[in-house]
Write a protein that binds this ligand. Structure first.
Ligand SMILES: [Zn+2]
Length: 349
């Protein structure tokens, strides 16, 4: 009988009042004393033996609890088949399953990569990738929530902020000024129906969301400043670079001066194919027979890792509950994840 990862999950959830994950990192460090633990900037690297060829990866930070909960977001309440709490799905369920699997195996050619600052810029994953830890790694399995499906691809993302300047004038004589808001409106109209030319068989077309528009100073003044954010999601095999160029061509049709600043970006990703992936898929189906291949709507730390090692994504939790009130995860999925990660660690021992 395998030890149960659920009490550990509850412990991680109860330590979650601090969204940065630092409190949880302390807890994890205390549990991993028997192994070599490298503490980098925004990451922990736990490695029991001299070589690491398989990496299980998760992030320890969460988004803030927010409003609308019917349970204590940091209570770790167990009710029927669910454990409730901020981070249950994204992604302490997976972290608890990974740690439990590591504790079962104790040693082997594997490592745990636990990052902080995933939700706010993936600095931990970038620092980890830059540290050289992933040299010679066969595979990174990221435990982001897939409902125990095998994540085989996701869209890329480009967040930009547009900024326009105007010339102030009295509100009674707008013809003497230049409105920053009118400039912005022209730009936003130019990208209202914007789509990238490529479509993906599973992801469909690109999407563009206007996140915010902020501008103007006073009701009786021609506005001198306006800012707006655009969130462009890029299906594979596109790239952030090509998407930005296409967006700039579309904006250029407005004929208005503007500045564009990149707020965040991540490349689209598709999983590798081959015998190693087949073995992982087989292990996943042993642990969770319903597992399908899934195209994911969200970006992950693959964007930082994939230049260094092939990545796959599989973890417990429903996508719809990520970042939502009443976040919870199925106990049955957490236990299946534990079995799955454990069989991976065994394969690389
Ligand atoms: Zn996540």
């Amino acid at each position: 009988v395998l030890p149960d990862p659920v009490p550990l999950l509850q412990e991680l959830l109860r330590a979650g009042g601090d969204p940065t994950g630092k409190t949880v990192a302390e807890l994890v460090k205390a549990r991993c004393k028997a192994w070599r633990v490298v503490e980098g900037k925004n990451f922990l690297w736990v490695q029991p033996s001299a070589r690491a060829r398989l990496v299980l990866s998760g992030h320890l930070d969460v988004v803030p609890a927010g409003q609308g909960w019917t349970r204590d977001p940091f209570g770790g309440q167990l009710e029927g088949d669910f454990v409730w709490g901020r981070g249950a799905t994204d992604m302490k369920g997976a972290v608890a399953a990974m740690l439990s699997a590591a504790e079962d195996l104790r040693t082997g050619d594997w490592a745990l990569a636990l990052t902080l600052d995933e939700e706010t810029g993936m600095a931990g994953a970038k620092a980890l990738a830059d540290s050289g830890a992933l040299e010679g790694v066969d595979l990174v399995v990221i435990g982001e929530p897939t409902g125990m499906d095998l994540g085989v691809g996701h869209k890329g993302v480009l967040h930009v902020e547009l900024e326009t300047q105007g010339k102030a004038a009295h509100g009674s004589m707008p013809h003497l000024g230049e409105s920053a808001i009118h400039r912005m409106l022209a730009l936003l109209r130019a990208v209202e129906d914007f789509q990238l030319p490529e479509k993906h068989f599973a992801h469909g077309a690109s999407t563009l969301n206007l996140g915010y528009v902020r501008g103007g100073e006073a009701p009786n003044m021609v506005p001198t400043h306006c800012a707006a954010s655009l969130d462009l999601r890029i299906p594979p095999p596109g790239s952030v670079h090509a998407a930005r160029k296409a967006l700039e061509v579309a904006l250029g049709k407005a004929g208005q001066p503007y500045q564009l600043r990149v707020l965040a970006q991540g490349e689209p990703w598709e999983a590798p194919h081959g015998p190693m992936v087949d073995r992982v898929r087989h292990a996943l189906r042993q642990a969770w027979p319903e597992a399908q291949e899934a195209w994911l709507p969200y970006g992950t730390e693959t964007s930082a890792f994939r230049e260094h090692a092939p990545c796959l994504i599989a973890g417990p939790g429903e996508l719809a509950l990520m970042h939502a009130p009443d976040e919870r995860v199925r106990v049955s999925e957490v236990r299946a994840a534990h079995r799955f990660y454990r069989s991976l660690l065994k394969m690389w021992s």
